[in-house]
Design a protein around this ligand. Sequence first.
Ligand code: NAX
Ligand code: ADP
Ligand code: K
Length: 526
Amino acid sequence: MDAAGPAAPAASRAVVRRLTRRTRDAEPGGRLRTRNAERDARAHGMLLSMRHAYSVDTVRAAEAELMAGLPEGALMQRAAAGLAAAVAGLLPRVSGARIVLLVGSGDNGGDALYAGARLARRGAGVSAVLLDPDRAHRGGLAALRAAGGRVAEDPFGVLAVADVVLDGITGIGGHGGLRPDAVPLARAARGSGAMVVAVDLPSGVEADTGEVKGEAVRADATVTFGAYKPGLLVDPAHQHAGALRLVDIGLGSRLPSVPDLEALQHDDVARLLPVPAPESDKYRRGVVGVVAGSARYPGAAVLAVAGAVHGGAGAVRYVGPGADAVIARFPEALVHGWPPSRAGRVQAWVVGPGLGDAPGVAEVLESDVPVLVDADGLRSLDPDAVRARSAPTLLTPHAGEAAALLGVDRGQVEAARLGSVRSLATKYGATVLLKGSTTLVADADARRPVRVNPTGTSWLATAGSGDVLSGLAGSLLAAGLEPLDAGSVAAYLHGLAARLASLGAPVSAQDVAAAIPRAWRDTLTP
Ligand SMILES: NC(=O)C1=CN([C@@H]2O[C@H](COP(=O)(O)OP(=O)(O)OC[C@H]3O[C@@H](n4cnc5c(N)ncnc54)[C@H](O)[C@@H]3O)[C@@H](O)[C@H]2O)[C@@H](O)CC1
Ligand SMILES: Nc1ncnc2c1ncn2[C@@H]1O[C@H](COP(=O)(O)OP(=O)(O)O)[C@@H](O)[C@H]1O
Ligand SMILES: [K+]
């Protein structure tokens, strides 16, 4: 995903690149890190490990606890100081820069006003556009005026010539998309060529879910306070946030150890990858069985096996009508005649890619090993059959398949990805990996955080790449990873492989499979 957002003006993109470089450790949107950049990051002591996001209620509770021991307004000052420093870091010079604040009626507007005051003291020309002049944060407004900033009399005039617009309309207190009076201002900010920096969150997005229920600000960058909020990491809201920077306001120890959402990073994946021990043999490394392909879709068998042979299992068994094609491409695969139960012992099954109407799903579900169900295997999947299983199940639908399983429209799933993946996991008592622009993995145990994949790229929207993912995830299951880890590590490697293979150009599903070892190595490289 382009950290500058889909429609960022060219000038903004250059500035956002600067922010992105500076905030490599705090950017879940995740640009691909080159290996050199990785080394730089480590040399500078940046931790490349798990990134957490917390719900609004949790953030507010932690803030309240922290505030109780601090002088009034101290947290807002910390937030404003961090925000002003981030904005200053984006500008070639603060002095003389034209900065416009969009100020809503809550504390989010207060943050913008105090940050504006700090920037005005450094010589910037700062104008505040007050959405509700009677309810603008009083202290913030007084500070801005005292620092030489002013309230704009011609909002659209100042927006037209702004270098930076700070979006302080709503933060974690906002609900339901921008109100009508804020919409033209947000549009003017976007259209002005100025860099748009969202304060805490892009106004108009739902902090807890990533939904966008109406219009919302499109930012080039978001400076968020205390903790990431789930919406910053989940589409469609994620698309509105641009590059992310987290400002520490001291919440750390007040936040629970279990977040609502988490994103694996390089170090987490490196720890989870199954590396053969000295005494390993192919069976101990795990054997994955693949039931995929049909006369109509023979390629799906090849692609699922391609993912599986690169996924860490010691051997791949294939059962289905694509045996000749599989063997021609992967002589290392073990092919077996129907039915799957006669294929010999496996530690995990993958069933479904390109299977068409062929049988196999019910039989594989009866096995006592982990099963990944994808694509055609998901059609009419019976929740009771999945719930009755003695071993874990991992479902890997795209939005259309998830919609069919939930009995809703595809658009509803795409608009509410987090809620959808959680509902499916609950309905099936299974781990669910919802593919798409921000791939999510929800564990069967609803108390565990949902994982969001930070490596995805829209170049993966190519036929057959999902087959590769299912083979890869199945192989990791066979190698002994639990479903939440298998799904999220597979998504991470899959996205990274696509980026390494693509480097900005189209890739095929085969290219992605072939690049999995490079992604694996990249992850392990210290
Ligand atoms: N709670 C704290 O301790 C801290 C809060 N901080 C800031 O305070 C923010 C939360 O402040 P608030 O709780 O006052 O809430 P917000 O400022 O986020 O939003 C609430 C205000 O926006 C209006 N509003 C709600 N939905 C709207 C919509 N769709 N369109 C336009 N206006 C809408 C409401 O009428 C209300 O006045 C955080 O996001 C953060 O920026 C920071 O200063 C750090 C410390
Ligand atoms: N816009 C996108 N951004 C990032 N990843 C995407 C996007 N669209 C699809 N993908 C990824 O591409 C893969 C496509 O899988 P799937 O929909 O099953 O396709 P197929 O059935 O052709 O293999 C998934 O890993 C999915 O997450
Ligand atoms: K905001």
